[in-house]
Design a protein around this ligand. Structure first.
Ligand SMILES: *Cc1c(COP(=O)(O)O)cnc(C)c1O
Length: 420
């Protein structure tokens, strides 16, 4: 409790330890802007797939910072790299060379089908930069073309150009006239992309699997057909792999499974294992940035770059991607099996360890609230879709436990409905 304070005193009120932890939600609500609807949990600590709250309750965390903690919480190797780097060099700006930034860029170029890298700090920033590259390329190489074809239900971030590119109107409508130059087509419909392509088109922008839009998986040949159309028309294919990239798909990048190569790719979320870092990768032919065109003060700072290099090393040499693939298949099987226990379950879909459980009714928020009560953190990505994004280091037992909890909840919901 706050001690009664003397109104005359200039001393700030003493805050006890107990008050610091138990009153966070109320204190938070007084000082933060009200854009987030948080879950009623104050997280104090994490380890691997698990987190603990102020009450000492343990949860299996199947959100992981929204797909950012690729190696789980408090990964000891990552923590060591970050601590060591923090004691050596955190940031120098892009006015200087650093080994950390160069090493990470070399690694991304070696591991991907792309040739050049620009570092930023988030997914939205990566998309912003990708839009600038595509527009400059179109202006230079396609007679001033600047229009980008994007998809309904897509998500590309919250900055003004990224929301203009995002196919969810309510994310941009409150903010006045959107940036022009974006047209929208249905996801998984190549004919609509063809019909929308004009002399003004410079690029097609897609998520290989729509994440925030509901974990929407296109047909197996969709990206190949879009790639073929882009080649035929001489326009760029930008893949936003902010969510699907860096191992989440069960391969380092989701495009590998589609058998296509993008001209430009955006990364962020899982890249830094929780450290904020984003990247734009481009093929040589469209890496059109010149001195002065773009920049980021924090972009590629040594701390984030060292963390990302460690994450990529663990993914590719430490067996983490193989684990993500195997656990992703297990999660898909377990979720598919839930179809047998209740007509409330319509099915599962996704890629690697990005999975959605589709329900036949809008009960996803209810399922997620009940899961929280049983020690499992999930995300209701749509009213009828629950999203699963465990760390890429998740164990088989943790997948079993999480899906058992969800199965129990579905059975309860089913029984309650039958009783009504
Ligand atoms: C999350 C996400 C973004 C935005 O990333 P931020 O780091 O929140 O700016 C962009 N694109 C995709 C596909 C995403 O999932």
């Amino acid at each position: 409790m706050i001690e009664a304070t003397d109104a005359q005193s200039s001393q700030p009120p003493a805050v006890s330890e107990e008050q610091t932890v138990s009153d966070i939600p109320a204190r938070d609500a007084r000082v933060h802007m009200t854009n987030y609807r948080r879950m009623p949990v104050t997280v104090v600590r994490g380890e691997g797939t698990r987190v603990w709250d102020t009450e000492g309750r343990e949860y299996l965390d199947f959100i992981q910072g929204i797909a950012v903690n690729s190696l789980g919480h408090a990964n000891p190797g990552l923590a060591d790299v970050i601590a060591k780097q923090a004691h050596t060099l955190i940031a120098t700006s892009n006015l200087f060379y650093t080994e950390e930034r160069t090493k990470l860029a070399e690694m991304l170029v070696r591991l991907s089908a792309l040739d050049r890298v620009f570092f930023c700090n988030s997914g939205a920033e990566a998309v912003e930069g990708a839009i600038k590259i595509a527009r400059k390329w179109g202006i230079q190489h396609r007679n001033g073309a600047y229009e980008i074809i994007s998809t309904h239900n897509s998500f590309h971030g919250r900055t003004l150009a990224a929301v203009a590119a995002t196919g969810t109107p309510h994310y941009r409508e409150p903010f006045g006239p959107p940036m022009p130059g974006f047209v929208f087509v249905d996801f998984n419909d190549v004919a609509q992309i063809k019909a929308a392509t004009t002399g003004r088109t410079c690029a097609v922008l897609l998520e290989p699997v729509q994440g925030e839009g509901g974990v929407n998986v296109p047909d197996a040949d969709y990206l190949q057909r879009v790639r073929a159309w882009c080649d035929e028309q001489g326009i760029l294919l930008i893949l936003d792999e902010v969510q699907t990239g860096c191992g989440r798909a069960g391969t380092l990048f989701a495009y590998e499974q589609a058998g296509v190569e993008p001209d430009i790719m955006t990364l962020a979320k899982g890249l830094g294992g929780g450290m904020p870092i984003g990247a734009i990768l481009a093929k040589e032919a469209c890496a059109v940035f010149e001195p002065g065109d773009h920049g980021s003060t924090f972009g590629g700072n040594s701390l984030a770059a060292a963390a990302a290099t460690y994450v990529l090393t663990q993914l590719t040499e430490g067996g983490v991607i193989e684990n993500a693939r195997a656990r992703g298949e297990q999660l898909a099987r377990r979720l598919a099996a839930l179809e047998d226990i209740s007509p409330l379950v319509a099915g599962q879909r996704g890629i690697g360890l990005l999975r959605g459980l589709e329900l036949t009714d809008d009960v996803a928020p209810d399922v997620v609230a009940r899961a929280l009560g049983r020690g499992l953190i999930l995300n209701p990505v749509r009213p009828n879709v629950v999203r699963f994004m465990p760390p890429l280091t998740v164990t088989a037992e943790e997948i079993d436990r999480a899906t058992e909890i969800v199965g129990g909840i579905i059975q309860d919901l089913e029984a309650e409905r039958a009783a009504r």
